[in-house]
Ligand binder design. Structure first.
Ligand SMILES: *[C@@H]1O[C@H](CO)[C@@H](O)[C@H](O)[C@H]1NC(C)=O
Ligand SMILES: *[C@@H]1O[C@H](CO)[C@@H](O)[C@H](O)[C@H]1NC(C)=O
Length: 504
């Protein structure tokens, strides 16, 4: 709870909304939050849990995934509050965990081994999901069956249908994102386990080739099994360039750099041009970064990559990345996101907190790049220094950790007041240890409808978050607000590591 906010709020009610997010400089324990943000991934684990499992209310689950077709697909992560393994967002979360370690691993100290475990839990699974040449498994679990039940993962009895893309039925977005995840993770493991790293990189190249050679969207190939759940709204071209950028970073081979160069203009001009206050925005390179849209990530990643390269003067990455930053800063003439009165970044659609975390990640990464190259960003007449970008990101993180008008930490287990009724099957039902007897599909309904707090703490889970008026209902039914996801947490891991290293 933040005393400053309260006083300011009483004195000048009108100003309060503006001042709250800024004036309340409650200091946070970023190390504790970092620890918890990584711990969360243990709660999302599918498969056979190791003896090192710290979130012990979770047990083994889905131990026969893939067996009905003779493929081992055991492992990986449940994406959110349900028990489906959606590989598209899982791969993006993995790429972001890996990028977090590559960029900010030095600030993770004793949490680094746990971050590596979190990445490896995904990459071990992706090696399985890509083990048959010509196929990429993109999902395990019938999402309709799963969503119709409120069951613990340990009890699941809904169809664990495996879904794959192939040459005839391609899925370039999900395949290329898996390639990106494998390539980024290969870099993470290079200094630690060279053999594993080489395996990941080899597979990344193979999967990228497949994604590029057989182009198409899994939207079309798998239809209602994947979309409306994780539709590929932005097309698969961004994932192909993103995958190539990561492969270039990991291999330094010109073939991938040429791929990025040849496709970036096509990517940006094929999509709709948008105008904000007279400035044109090509493609998706503005105010958006997440499991679906990679444009801004490509521009920020490549801006840093080309710092050390000669002859890149005419490439669009830096100017695109600058424009992207200008769509986020509240004082910029081309700002195109909203901010709540308390200062939380908002974009339309569900699970808003994912935008606050992914965009904060790019803000701190780009701030470091600006600093290294002695640059600032010009947004019309507004000049933004690296420190300004960091400040915006810090405001988002502090908001998430409780510096907000509601005085609520949106990370489970962090701070005094945090969400108690998150939309998460395992967390809301009694643990297998407490209640070994199976709770079947509809057996969980009473727990779902209960007004009581969840029975198990999914420590570190960051939920979808409050509404644009900064209020939060804490209702399990309201999944837009109360559901955690892996892609909210994954970029936050890096941002917390950054602020942790700054404060210690
Ligand atoms: C991380 O959190 C866990 C669970 O809350 C705790 O047991 C552990 O001591 C923490 N580790 C560090 C390094 O803070
Ligand atoms: C995938 O489906 C969504 C929802 O119907 C649609 O908006 C999007 O354009 C589709 N993407 C592709 C690449 O076809």
């Amino acid at each position: 709870m933040c005393a400053v906010q309260r006083i300011v709020g009483l004195v000048v009610a009108v100003m309060a909304a503006m001042v709250m997010g800024v004036a309340c400089s409650q200091s946070h324990d970023y190390g504790d939050a970092l620890n918890k943000s990584i711990l969360f991934f243990e709660g999302q684990r599918s498969g056979k849990l190791p003896s090192s499992q710290r979130m012990t209310w979770r047990k083994d689950s889905a131990l026969r995934d893939g067996y009905e077709i003779g493929v081992d697909l055991v492992g990986g992560y449940y994406d959110a509050g349900d028990n489906v393994k959606f590989n598209f967002p899982m791969a993006f979360s993995t790429t972001m965990l890996a990028w977090s370690v590559l960029e900010f691993g030095k600030g993770m100290s004793s949490d680094l081994p746990h971050a590596l475990d979190a990445i490896r839990w995904a990459t071990d699974y992706f090696l399985k999901a890509t083990s048959i040449p010509g196929f990429v498994f993109v999902q395990v679990g019938d999402p309709y069956g799963d969503h119709n039940c409120w069951e613990r993962p340990e009890d699941m009895d809904t169809p664990r249908t495996p879904f794959a893309v192939s040459k005839q039925f391609p899925g370039s977005e999900v395949s290329a994102e898996i390639a990106a995840a494998l390539a980024a993770s290969a870099m993470v493991f290079r200094p630690i386990d060279l053999k594993y790293s080489a395996r990941l990189l080899k597979r990344a190249r193979m999967v990228f080739d497949f994604a590029d050679k057989y182009q198409g969207s899994y939207n079309d190939s798998l239809g209602p099994w994947v979309c409306p759940f994780y539709c590929d709204f932005s097309g698969y071209e961004d994932e192909l360039v993103w995958g190539a950028a990561w492969l270039f970073k990991a291999t330094k081979q010109p073939i991938y750099w040429n791929y990025v160069l040849q496709n970036i203009n096509k990517l940006e001009s094929s999509a709709t041009v948008k105008y904000i206050n007279g400035v044109s925005y090509l493609g998706g390179s503005f105010a958006e970064f997440g499991w679906d849209s990679k444009h801004a990530g490509i521009n920020v990643l490549v801006s840093k990559l080309i710092m050390s390269m000669a002859g890149t003067g005419s490439t669009p990455f830096i100017s695109n990345a600058d424009k992207f930053i200008c769509t986020l800063l509240p004082e910029s003439p081309t700002v195109s996101v909203s901010y709540s009165p308390g200062g939380l970044l908002f974009k339309p659609g569900g699970s808003n907190m994912q935008h606050a975390t992914t965009l904060s990640f790019l803000l701190v990464v780009y701030a470091r790049y600006l600093k290294l190259s002695n640059r600032v960003v010009h947004c019309g007449n507004v000049v933004a220094s690296p420190a300004r970008l960091v400040k915006l990101a810090k405001g988002q993180v502090d908001y998430i950790l409780g510096s907000n008008p509601f005085g609520m930490s949106y990370m489970v287990g962090y701070g005094k007041k945090f969400p108690q009724r998150i939309h998460h099957r395992g967390s809301s039902l009694p643990s297998v240890g407490q209640h070994p007897k199976q709770i079947d599909c509809k057996g969980g309904t009473d727990y779902y409808n209960s007004k009581n707090p969840n029975l198990n703490l999914l420590i570190g889970a960051v939920v979808g978050g409050p509404d644009i008026e900064d209020s939060y209902a804490d209702f399990r039914e309201d999944f837009v607000q109360s559901e955690p996801t892996t892609y909210i947490n994954a970029p936050l891991v890096g941002v917390l590591a950054y602020f942790n290293s700054r404060s210690s």
